[in-house]
Design a protein around this ligand. Structure first.
Ligand SMILES: Cc1cc2nc3c(=O)[nH]c(=O)nc-3n(C[C@H](O)[C@H](O)[C@H](O)COP(=O)(O)OP(=O)(O)OC[C@H]3O[C@@H](n4cnc5c(N)ncnc54)[C@H](O)[C@@H]3O)c2cc1C
Length: 307
């Protein structure tokens, strides 16, 4: 990865940026470069300077990532600045436009303030709109794709696109946003409702989450997806192999919600991944069900980096 990149773009770049500072799990080795464009001009300048072979990863709030302890090759792109906003369409007051860097929580609040219903479930999800669309994030029967009107993206070759839900094959915690597309903004078509009723529904969701999910811990939420081939949920399968009591180094599964992997101090990504893989293997051996990762894993291990 050439250091020349620093001189070829107006985009702010941090070399050897430790990604543990940018993930909810608090783990992750250094990215060759962390790119933090503040506006479209800087983003286009970055894309223009990138060699086609340089890997480009996009990070939102880092709430669904397990980044390994070794190097992350290439550029990790973090959108902030110009992409952190919400706006009601002046011509269609039931349409909310949201920049990709806006948090899900602020999106839910903006919809409520405008008396628009449909995004209440987002009040408890700690990611950004970019991550919510990529993951089709959801809870309490709500899913990001449900009220989505369209998504604006920029592909690596510098072309702007508008993508519609029927092109994106949304399914449980997945979408088919092309991998070289950067999500810039999304528009949601919502229903008018009384802000107080919307607030009440958000309160119920927040209370439920506080009761059933660990709070103020380093986690990445659900580690594995609920299997479609079984009536059992991922946490039940994990519990069935004693996962609730398991730990490895400073990694453990939450006692409160045993599909939540937790960094209980200074766990390494290796400890967290090792624990999850051992539970995944035991579930397969005892039930025949292959749990699929919901958390996305990036980067090289320490050993791979030093080879
Ligand atoms: C405490 C806790 C509770 C959670 N509860 C839920 C829940 O109830 N429901 C749920 O669905 N998830 C939940 N999650 C998981 C996580 O919050 C969601 O998956 C969220 O949508 C991830 O968003 P993010 O911005 O953090 O994305 P990241 O974790 O940073 O990235 C996730 C993926 O999105 C891609 N991405 C991010 N931004 C962009 C962009 N602008 N353009 C293109 N790709 C992008 C990344 O490349 C990566 O592939 C929880 C996590 C935690 C820590």
């Amino acid at each position: 990865m050439t250091q020349n990149l620093l001189h070829q773009t107006s985009c702010p770049l941090i070399p050897r940026a430790p990604l543990r500072e940018h993930t909810w799990l608090g783990v992750g080795g250094p990215a060759d470069f962390l790119a933090q464009p503040q506006n479209q001009e800087q983003l286009l300048s970055l894309l223009n300077a990138l060699e086609p072979s340089t890997p480009l990863h996009i990070i939102g709030a880092g709430s669904n990532l397990l980044v390994r302890d070794g190097d992350v090759k290439g550029v990790v792109l973090s959108l902030k600045g110009s992409w952190n906003y919400t706006r009601i369409d002046p011509l269609n007051p039931h349409i909310l436009e949201v920049g990709a860097a806006t948090t899900d929580m602020n999106t839910a609040r903006a919809a409520r303030n405008a008396g628009l219903s449909g995004l209440e479930f987002m009040i408890g999800i700690p990611g950004t709109i970019g991550g919510a669309i990529r993951m089709n994030a959801g809870c309490f029967k709500g899913e990001t794709s449900q009220c989505l009107l369209d998504v604006s993206t920029l592909s690596r070759d510098g072309t702007f696109h508008t993508l519609y839900p029927d092109q994106l094959q949304f399914a449980y915690r997945q979408s088919q946003i092309p991998h070289d597309h950067i999500i810039l903004k999304a528009r949601f078509s919502l229903q008018h409702d009384d802000p107080e009723l919307i607030q009440e529904r958000m309160k119920v969701i927040s209370k439920e989450r506080q009761k059933n999910q660990p709070q103020a811990v380093k986690t990445s939420g659900s580690t594995f997806k609920n299997p479609t081939s079984s009536h059992l949920r991922a946490w039940q399968l994990i519990e069935g192999v004693g996962g609730r009591e398991r730990s490895y180094g400073n990694a453990q599964f939450s006692h409160l919600h045993c599909n939540f992997l937790i960094n209980n101090g200074n766990a390494s990504a290796h400890e967290l991944e090792h624990l999850a893989l051992s539970v995944q293997k035991d579930v397969l051996n005892t039930s025949g069900i292959a749990l699929e990762w919901e958390v996305i894993r990036w980067g090289l291990s320490q050993e791979e980096t030093s080879q």
